[in-house]
Structure formats: structure tokens, C-alpha cells
Design a protein around this ligand. Sequence first.
Ligand SMILES: [Fe+2]
Length: 312
Amino acid sequence: MWHGGLDSDGWHCVAPYRKKSLSGNEILVVWRPAGIRHDCGLGAACCLISIKARANTGAIMDWEENVRLALFADIHANRQAFSACLDFARARGAERIVCLGDIVGYGADPEWAVDTVMDLVNDGAIAVIGNHDQAIGTPSETMNAAAQIAIEWTRGRLSLAQRRFLAELPLTLREDDRLYVHSEASQPSQWRYVRDTPHAARSLEATDAHVTFCGHIHRPALYSMSSAAKMTSFIPTTDVPVQLLGGRRWLAVLGSVGQPRDGDPAASFAMLDTASREITYCRVPYDVETAADRIRANGLPRWLADRLLDGR
Ligand SMILES: [Fe+2]
């Protein structure tokens, strides 16, 4: 439900691409105007912001722009990996950031990871919650022992403001014809993995979005469904753009920034050109040794460090 309209009815002129989360159930949405006159004196550089209510399980945002998105999932408090990915994405012209959950957990730099995502969100990025983010405020009984230890350690490192930021992230977020969610979309609060085509079909049947983006499994994959519900799937090749054709609906499963599990230790993320509808999966080598050393130095389970080195 929209609140407001043009300036006199509640629109506000602000700097381009700026978005701020509000307390309670409201989100500010940046909307680049298309031929709309407004009176802030900034001319073409100005954007409009509107406010809409947010449901408990998600939020809906409308964007009227063609941009290059950089999409990151499963950062897992890996500062070295996320820094390298952000630099890589910006060098490739990323204009806006989407974070698909699991900002924390496993890695040794949760304060930096949350602060970085908070700053990105304040500058217009989008973020949804992951199961590790949720476990900071609501302990999970389904995580393995190493993950539980890391969550307990992470909880003690984060400030109240950082924990509140994680807790208030939406489970899903719809933007234009795209749905963002951490796990399988039919019941996002159940944190199901998309492991194969039947799981992907269930996720796609739960939405009418043209493209759903998720993470959670830490291995990249692309699924699509035809109008006759026929499924296809493949592992995307790094740096080879794939056009998400309009005649099908797509589920783009991202690899992990901070803890890849597909045998390649390089950080994984994807970029989407919303004009051409091309998605490109990217891999970014980073300083894995330092990330692993920091896990060991902070007394976290050594297995969490060792698995970074071979991407398993
Ligand atoms: Fe994860």
C-alpha cells in the first residue's frame, strides 16, 4: 500500500539512489523519475522517494530504472571475500547491490560484515534475511555443531543495533519482476535448500516473478520453467552471460561469497543487467589464507577455516 504521491502529497526529493530503512514497518524506496517534474532544485540528478508499508514476511518495492545489479549471497562474515567481490562488481559497473542473506555465521568478521551491509542499505542496497542472520536473535536447533558455535560467538560480537538490523531484515522482497529470498521460496521461513529440479519447481510455482534469486546452498545453478511447466537446469559458466528469456520463468541460485562449496574456493556472486536481462556469474579469487587464519585466531572451529581453502 503506497503512502503519498508527488511532492505535495508526500514524495520527497533526495540524492539519487539513496534509500533508508525506517523504524517499524516502513521502507523508503528510491524511484528515479521518468520525466516527472519536482521542485528540489537538483534537476535531473534528483530522485523521488516514497514510503510503503512492509508486511511481516516481506516487502514489495517498485523500481522504474534499468541498472546493473550485483547480487551477493552467503557472505558469512568473510571480510576478505566480500571486499574483493565489492571491488570486482564496482569495477564492472555495478550500480546497485542486493544481499540475499547469511551476512554472518562461520566467518571471523561479523561486525564489519553487518556494518558494511548496513552502509550499503543506507546507500540504496537491498537485503533479505538468511537463516544464520535469524539465528543470532532466534537460536536454531537444526544447525550443525560448528555452525552453532559460530553463531554463539557471533552473537557476542554484535552490538544491539547490529542484531536489530539483522532481525528486521525481510524474509522476501519483490522488486519489479524479481523476487529475492535466501532459500526455497514456497516456505522461506523453513529454510529449505534448492538441491535439484523438483525443489526448484516448487520454488518457481510459489511466485509469478520472472526471476527468483536465492542462495543458501552455496553452489551456483540456474533453473527455468516453461509456460507448460517443463523444467531445465544447468550450472552456469563463469563470465558467460545468460539471457533470462521472457518466455520462461527463472530461478537463479547464487554461489556463496564467503564459503563456496562447489570445489572452487574463489568467492562467488552474480551480476544482472536489467535492460538486457542477462545474468553473469562471477568468481573472484581473494585472500583465503587470511580469512582462514582469522577464523582460527578467534578460536572458531578449525573445520570452518579448512573448508575455505578447498571450497567444500
Ligand atoms: Fe549460508
